[in-house]
Design a protein around this ligand. Sequence first.
Ligand code: HIF
Length: 290
Amino acid sequence: TQTGDAVEPKAFKPEFKDYQAVYNEIAKLLQEHDEYDDGSYGPVLVRLAWHASGTYDKETGTGGSNGATMRFAPESQHGANAGLINARNFLEPVKAKFPWISYSDLWILGGVCSIQEMMGPKIPYRPGRLDRDMTSCTPDGRLPDASQGARHVRDIFYRMGFNDQEIVALAGAHALGRCHTQNSGFDGPWTFSPTVLTNDYYKLLLGSKWQWRKWDGPKQYEDKETKSLMMLPADIAFIEDKEFKKTVEKYAADNDLFFKDFSAVIVKLFELGVPFTDKTETYVFKNLDE
Ligand code: HIF
């Protein structure tokens, strides 16, 4: 440089290796904190990434994962988001260690990492989400109501821009995690292995007999045989509706097909409303044990 030229500090431009480091940190914390729920924060991290994304409205372009507005009331207080504070708090030490990543990118990376580490398919990831302030909070009511059926499920997911096949491919994520009375009022897991992603959700929907559970809580189904699994009315819609059911049968019969379609549709969900540039790269992360 010539004498007298100001030396501008270079802005930090994170690359693949930097995002992989964040992935590894989340994966390590998932392993360390096996005291939570069924032994993993993975399911609640997937739910955080989905609820951050699932507010998207294709007509107005509002909502979606770009903004992480669930950090703020009123969105943090929306009934559908009850319990997600656990996922947000889990990621705080990661944000502290890697302050350059936006909350919006971090929450989605948390979902991607959890799916891969819970033995799911690779979920290609693109960074570039920017945090927004509370004025971008979405109105209540954009996320699905579990007590309703196929008509409502379609209304909600068509608003985001999904078709019937894509809705059913997403639904397989309910192989993961459980309902908590303190969050939603509902109770129990959908599958016997709630910390491993498989096509068991579809197999159980078709293969078990579902009856109303007799209890004080909101109306939900239990499997007749063991009474230890549950389905929401919105889940049973996938076998009550003929069109949905055909796709449930496809995924119940073919886990590879489910993994392929699930990966594609969850990427679509996670990227709704995100303004990528033509320079944005796609990253496929290595699992912790690779
Ligand atoms: Fe869920 N979902 N979801 N969901 N969800 C719950 C929990 C999880 C719906 C309702 C609920 C999807 C669609 C729908 C996960 C992932 C996805 C709970 C329980 C309810 C009530 C919350 C609690 O009590 O803690 C409805 C009505 C949906 C439309 C059909 C997605 C496809 C399946 C989009 C999706 O990816 C995950 C993971 C959990 C588990 C969270 C946990 O803490 O274990």
